[in-house]
Design a protein around this ligand. Structure first.
Ligand SMILES: Nc1ncnc2c1ncn2[C@@H]1O[C@H](COP(=O)(O)OP(=O)(O)OP(=O)(O)O)[C@@H](O)[C@H]1O
Ligand SMILES: O=C(O)c1ccc[n+]([C@@H]2O[C@H](COP(=O)([O-])O)[C@@H](O)[C@H]2O)c1
Length: 192
C-alpha cells in the first residue's frame, strides 16, 4: 500500500488539515493518509503544546468517519525531539511492504533543507507539497527535485496558533474545527 504521512503537532487539528488530507486521499495514488502526531517538533517550543494523548484524541475524533484517514501515535515512544528521518526509518522497518510518502505544506518545504538528514529522506521517499501562503520561497533545488511533487490542493488560511489565540480571547472558532473536535475542546476548557 502507498501511505501518505502527514506529520504535525495538531495543536489542535483543524479543517485546513482535514481538507488537505482528504484531497490527497481522493486525488492522488496514495491509498491511506496517516496523521502522525508529533510529541515535539525540533523547531518548536514545547510549552504551548497540549498533552500528546489529548492531541491524538482530537485527531481520532476528526478522522473516525473517514475510511482512508488514520491517526498515528508512532512517535510517542521514539526519542524526542522527533526527527522525521528517524521516524521514517522506524516505520519502514515495521511495515516493509508499505511505501511511505510525505505530505507537507509549502511553509515546511521552505525550511526542509534544515531538517536532520533531509537528503536521506529525499533518497528514500517522495514528498507531496501543497500550496500555503508564506513569505519565503523554498530553495530552487528542492522545488525542481524529481522526488518533490507539487499538488494543486485548495489553500485554507487557518492555523492552530490563530485558533488557540482566538479561544483565549473568547472568540467563536466553531467553523474552523471538525464538530466533534470543537465539542471536545470546549468540554475540556482547552486553550482558555
Ligand atoms: N490551513 C492549512 N492548510 C494546509 N495545511 C496546513 C494548514 N495548517 C497547517 N497545515 C500543515 O499541516 C501540517 C501540520 O501543521 P501544524 O500542526 O503545525 O498546524 P499549524 O496550523 O501550522 O500549527 P501552528 O499554528 O501551531 O504552527 C504542516 O505540514 C502544516 O504545513
Ligand atoms: O526532522 C527534522 O529535522 C524536523 C524539523 C522540523 C520539523 N520536523 C517535523 O515536521 C512536522 C511538522 O511539524 P509542525 O509542528 O509544523 O506541525 C513534525 O512532525 C516535526 O517533527 C522535523
Amino acid at each position: 500500500m502507498k501511505i501518505g504521512l502527514y506529520f504535525g503537532s495538531f495543536n489542535p487539528i483543524h479543517i485546513g488539515h482535514l481538507v488537505i488530507a482528504n484531497h490527497m486521499a481522493e486525488h492522488s495514488e496514495l491509498n491511506e493518509i496517516w496523521f502522525v502526531v508529533t510529541p515535539h517538533n525540533p523547531f518548536k517550543k514545547k510549552s504551548s503544546l497540549l498533552d500528546n494523548y489529548q492531541r491524538l484524541e482530537m485527531v481520532h475524533l476528526a478522522t473516525e468517519s473517514y475510511d482512508k484517514l488514520k491517526p498515528s501515535d508512532i512517535e510517542f515512544n521514539l526519542p524526542q525531539p522527533n526527527y522525521t528521518v528517524n521516524t521514517l526509518a522506524y516505520l519502514q522497518e515495521k511495515h516493509p511492504k508499505h511505501e511511505f510518502a510525505l505530505i507537507m505544506g509549502e511553509d515546511n518545504l521552505n525550511s526542509f533543507h534544515k531538517w536532520k538528514n533531509y537528503e536521506v529522506i529525499l533518497e528514500n521517499h517522495h514528498i507531496y507539497v501543497y500550496p500555503r501562503i508564506s513569505e519565503n520561497k523554498a530553495p530552487v533545488h528542492l522545488l525542481n527535485h524529481e522526488k518533490i511533487h507539487a499538488v494543486n490542493a485548495p489553500i485554507m488560511q487557518i492555523s492552530s496558533t490563530n485558533i488557540r489565540n482566538a479561544i483565549k480571547n473568547s472568540k467563536n472558532v466553531r467553523p474552523l474545527l471538525p464538530q466533534q473536535v470543537w465539542k471536545y475542546l470546549d468540554d475540556m476548557n482547552f486553550y482558555r
